[in-house]
Design a protein. Structure first.
Length: 431
């Protein structure tokens, strides 16, 4: 099995590094000045979604403005930012998460800051599950892919998405790249890879915290798109690969008030190649996959390392220790489509002859914030495409004022990333 996620470990040249920092500062200052030209035909609302019983924050909560394709998502701290058109004050926002009752709130009831939303946990009626559940878990998985053409978008779509890529050395953020991207999403009913165009991109790197090597992630937004299990089954569940897994039923749940089957899966004991394990969430009525949370089996260190590392110095050993993935789908007018994905990778880096090692964490996520059926005028041209072998951090400019993003919805950064952004902005003010 080949991996779709590739990383580079490259030696840093400290002479070149000094020039990079200088160019980074120039880019930041230029973009900060340009940010005030953004239109203000939208209203931004911020707040937190939490559990109504214990008041714990809830991550991965979807907020969708009904009657539109505009959506946002809570971060790991349950925080959200939702930008809504000014001309729709009476529109309703649908707020939903796995295992919770769906909530509808009129936009005018939101506050610009510190809106607190509480979701009620939702219990599943076991009798309903026992009566309607298919006889075998593997049979249900095969039905998911058999019904793909019927359940998922069957036409080209032009999507707007927010993408973030973070690298941490141990727990300290050292590199952040963000982008608003246009995605030419190809139909699920036929072949053809999705295409990506960078619309706006920015980055910041705290070079003082980097080691004598720099870690880079190849592919950028493509890593998030390739987590789409339904669009790219060749990496996960072809008819042949399905037979290499053991499937079993877990406790069913509800999403958007609909019954959802939960399938646990793991590779068979006699399979040597690294495969995946995790949970699949399947709509009981349509047999459509609504979400997948899975990890790569890293027990075989050598095979796992060969899957990820494209380039590294000879005196460096790299061991992948975490490879977690998540993909969520949305439904509109009876058709499902890719809505969000998250990838978490972690590597232990050893220099031969050194006493201590370094641990790097990579997190990349992409959220579809709006989309429309594609027309010929909107189709991406060949020379506009972001190459799946490109590195986003090498193509993005400096970090800018948040207003640079204008009316585009983003995912709020978690507290550790926000602290890193504020630190670099303080450094800029000193300059």
């Amino acid at each position: 099995m080949d991996s779709i996620y590739k990383i580079f470990f490259v030696r840093k040249s400290f002479g070149q590094l000094k020039n990079l920092i200088s160019l980074l500062f120039v880019g930041m200052l230029l973009y900060t000045g340009a940010s005030f030209a953004q239109a203000t035909d939208y209203v931004e609302y911020k707040g937190t979604v939490r559990d109504a019983l214990n008041e714990d924050p809830i991550s991965f909560v979807s907020l969708t403005i009904q009657g539109t394709n505009i959506a946002s998502l809570t971060n790991g701290d349950g925080e959200f930012s939702l930008k809504a058109p000014k001309d729709r004050p009476k529109a309703k926002v649908q707020i939903s998460a796995v295992g919770y009752e769906t909530l509808l709130i009129i936009i005018s009831e939101f506050k610009s800051l510190n809106t607190i939303i509480e979701l009620q946990p939702q219990a599943t009626q076991l009798a309903e599950v026992n009566i309607n559940r298919p006889s075998t878990a593997e049979g249900l998985i095969r039905a998911v892919f058999k019904n793909r053409d019927e359940n998922y978008l069957n036409s080209d779509s032009y999507m707007t998405a927010f993408y973030r890529e973070t690298i941490k050395k141990r727990r300290t953020p050292v590199s952040l790249a963000e982008a608003v991207v246009n995605v030419d999403k190809k139909p699920y009913t036929r072949g053809g890879r999705d295409r990506v165009k960078l619309y706006k991109a920015r980055k910041k790197t705290d070079y003082n915290k980097l080691d004598t090597i720099a870690l880079k992630l190849e592919g950028g937004p493509f890593n998030a798109l390739f987590a789409d299990v339904i669009k790219y089954p060749e990496y996960f569940f072809t008819p042949e690969l399905i037979s290499t897994y053991d499937f079993s039923f877990g406790n069913s749940t509800r999403i958007d008030d609909k019954l959802v089957y939960v399938i646990n899966f793991e590779q068979k004991k006699n399979i040597i190649d690294p495969l995946y394990y995790g949970k699949l969430f399947i709509d009981a009525n349509s047999k459509a996959l609504t979400s997948a949370i899975y990890s790569l089996n890293l027990d075989n260190e050598k095979l796992a390392r060969d899957l990820f590392v494209r380039k590294k110095p000879n005196r460096v050993d790299v061991e992948p220790v975490v490879a977690n993935y998540r993909v969520d789908y949305r439904e509109k007018d009876g058709k499902w489509y890719y809505g969000y994905s998250n990838i978490q990778l972690e590597f232990v880096v050893d220099w031969k002859g050194r006493l201590f090692n370094s641990r790097y964490r990579i997190n990349s996520e992409m959220l579809i914030t709006d989309w429309q059926n594609e027309t010929s005028a909107l189709a991406l041209q060949a020379d506009e495409k972001f190459n799946s072998r490109s590195i986003l951090a090498d193509e993005a400019s400096g970090f800018a004022d948040p207003n640079f993003w204008g009316s585009y919805n983003v995912i709020e950064p978690d507290k550790s990333i926000q602290s890193a952004i504020e630190k670099i902005q303080r450094q800029l003010r000193k300059e």
